[in-house]
Design a protein around this ligand. Structure first.
Ligand SMILES: [Zn+2]
Length: 191
């Protein structure tokens, strides 16, 4: 397993809180989040659900600080998660695969999830930069994403939000033409 790919777990968990509702309000919602991740299988309780909701808040705060340009706060928060959920690597070979890394095969589901998500974020940030972490700019959305564009220009979580955001951006650009805005009217120094 490529450790950086575990960062997707962080995005998936944070995005369970959506403008149209919270899908992590029940054990069914948690089962849905964990589906397709065999390494995160196991018995889950309401206590695990609470732990996952707490983890969601911690992970969201990393994205919000990173997207807001507060690098130190984002890294502090991530390092705190890495301390709270230490990574236990194991080299493993099975099913004809070459030797590869597994991490945290034991422990509760939230612990295994947290160790993977935090490690995935750490590797992603170290490899590609903190500015890759984004929060959707569409009004009231709040979903998070990784900006994989070459010029780091992504602002929206989805094509849907980009369409939603685009008309207001276009309107904002048109507005000065109808009602003069001083900031726009001033010549730019050195322009
Ligand atoms: Zn969005």
């Amino acid at each position: 397993m490529d450790l950086a790919s575990y960062a997707d777990l962080a995005v998936d968990l944070v995005n369970t809180q959506r403008p149209d509702g919270d899908t992590l309000r029940s054990l069914d919602g948690l089962h849905e989040l964990l589906a397709g991740h065999p390494h995160l299988g196991g018995r889950i309780s309401h206590r695990d659900l609470d732990a996952m909701r707490g983890l969601r808040g911690q992970l969201r705060a990393v994205f919000v600080s990173a997207a807001g340009g507060d690098e130190e706060d984002a890294i502090d928060r991530l390092n705190t998660l890495l301390i709270q959920h230490p990574v236990h690597p194991q080299v493993s070979g099975h099913d004809g695969q070459r030797w590869h890394l597994h991490i945290n095969e034991g422990g509760s589901v939230p612990d295994r999830f947290a160790a993977r998500a935090a490690m995935g974020l750490a590797v992603t940030i170290a490899d590609r930069g903190l500015e890759r972490l984004g929060v959707c700019a569409a009004d009231g959305c709040g979903r998070v994403f990784f900006d994989t564009t070459a010029n780091r220009s992504r602002r929206y979580c989805s094509a849907h939000c980009a369409r939603r955001g685009a008309p207001s951006a276009a309107a904002a650009q048109r507005r000065p033409a109808r009602t003069p805005v001083t900031a726009r009217a001033q010549p730019r120094a050195g322009g």
